[in-house]
Design a protein around this ligand. Structure first.
Ligand code: DSN
Length: 423
């Protein structure tokens, strides 16, 4: 059953209530390895389901376009102050609806349509909003990209500098969605300064690691920081933009009125609650455990002959190239899902296959670490992954179902916030 209980939905809309319970059970019974996902606390869930949803608050605390902000203003101010304290930044805007609008606000603040922007290319580990051709950010701006070296799987900062000095982008973005290695924020900031670009760190994937001291912070090096709040940071679906003092006004104007209308106040409260949780000493242990689990899983997979892009991981994420195993990422991901192990198929750098049928799978440890799995569980997890992929190659559905049952058996001992076996 979903927790907290949902009796009103059960009585007014049993169809949707049933699906919510089913999703809670699904999340409870699967080993969830999608590196951008997590389990929020019950406190965050509660905040997101409150009457704060009912209020319009266009503007910022103390300067709104609607009356009745006596309660919303302090909630948003608390969220902003907690973000500033946790990340050590001059300014925070907690209103972006999610990561894509947050990044669009950055472009609106510091570039004009047709200007050059520069980020990591999507097939190399960047994000759609870093100028991919299919995205508004690639259609409305002239996007140039950097990637990783074929021999190391790592960003080549000499290449970044060469491209930046040649193309002179208005904005240089570092960060992405499939980067298993530490991002050198001071180096990107120095290249951006030399090229005359605004440096933007998209830390969506690693915000929780940074907050917990398990990855170096861009604060003090990079003037504009974009992040979602729901990945390693373990908050609600939302985003924040954080800046130094010089870039604060441009960002605020770009978010509202430039791009968005009223902020989602229930989400703002959820972000505030999550930021308080991330400030607790135990969150440092959580961040360290995410990385320890990822490294242990990497070692266990490599011992079974799996090729990891860049040869391992420094953070929460593993990118596995399945070429040598003779299976594509998509059939592997589908088989793993049937075996109770949820992840996503992903392109690998220099992938000869198409994006919807690529060579790799992407795994991460934020959610399983929230459940309480530790390094001692990673060899067994690697074994199940290997069994499922081998079974997929042989069309051995019985093995997939057996692994799923074993996964459920393990997870029964690791409760999930948001689901209870008891009604
Ligand atoms: N949601 C991001 C991820 O999965 O990395 C992409 O937008």
């Amino acid at each position: 059953m979903h927790q907290p209980s949902i009796p009103q939905i059960e009585s007014s809309d049993p169809e949707i209530a049933g699906l919510i319970h089913d999703e809670a059970r699904r999340q409870a019974e699967k080993i969830r390895l999608i590196p951008s996902e997590n389990y929020v606390s019950l406190a965050v869930l509660e905040a997101c389901g409150t009457v704060l949803n009912n209020k319009y608050s266009e503007g910022y605390p103390g300067k709104r376009y609607y009356e009745g902000q006596q309660i919303i203003d302090p909630i948003e101010t608390i969220a902003v102050e907690r973000a500033r304290a946790l990340f050590g930044v001059d300014h925070a805007n907690v209103q972006p609806y999610s990561g894509s609008p947050a990044n669009l606000a950055v472009y609106l603040a510091f570039a004009q349509p047709g200007d050059t922007i520069m980020g990591m290319s999507l097939p190399m580990g960047g994000h759609l909003t870093h100028g991919a051709g299919v995205s508004i950010t690639g259609k409305w701006f002239r996007a140039v990209h950097y990637g990783v070296r074929q021999d190391t799987g790592r960003v080549d900062l000499d290449e970044v500098r060469d491209v930046a000095l040649r193309e002179r982008p208005k904005i240089l973005i570092c960060g992405g969605t499939a980067i298993p290695r530490t991002i050198d924020f001071p180096a990107f900031a120095a290249i951006a300064a030399e090229a005359g670009a605004v440096c933007v760190a998209d830390i969506a994937h690693i915000a929780g690691l940074i907050a917990g001291g398990a990855h170096p912070s861009p604060a003090g090096h990079v003037p504009v920081i974009s992040t979602t709040t729901h990945k390693t940071l373990r908050g609600p679906r939302g985003a924040m933009l954080m800046t130094d003092a010089a870039h604060a006004t441009a960002i605020d104007k770009a978010v509202f009125p430039g791009l968005q209308g009223g902020p989602h106040n229930h989400t703002t409260a959820g972000i505030a609650v999550a930021l308080r949780e991330a400030s607790a000493p135990s969150f440092r242990d959580y961040a360290a455990a995410i990385v320890a689990n990822a490294k242990a899983l990497a070692t266990a997979l490599q011992a079974r002959g799996y090729d990891l892009v860049s040869g391992g991981t420094d953070n929460h994420l593993l990118l596995v190239d399945l070429t040598s195993k003779g299976i594509g990422g998509k059939p592997a991901a589908k088989a793993l899902d049937r075996a109770g192990i949820e992840l996503n198929f992903n392109t690998v750098p220099f992938d000869p296959r198409r994006p919807f049928d690529p060579s790799g799978i992407r795994l991460g440890t934020p959610a399983i670490t929230t459940r309480g799995l530790d390094e001692s569980h990673m060899p067994a997890l690697a074994g199940w992954i290997d069994e499922a992929i081998t079974a997929a190659i042989k069309d051995d559905e019985a093995t997939l179902d057996r692994v799923a049952a074993e996964v459920r058996g393990l997870l029964a001992a690791f409760p999930m916030p948001g689901w209870s076996a008891q009604p």
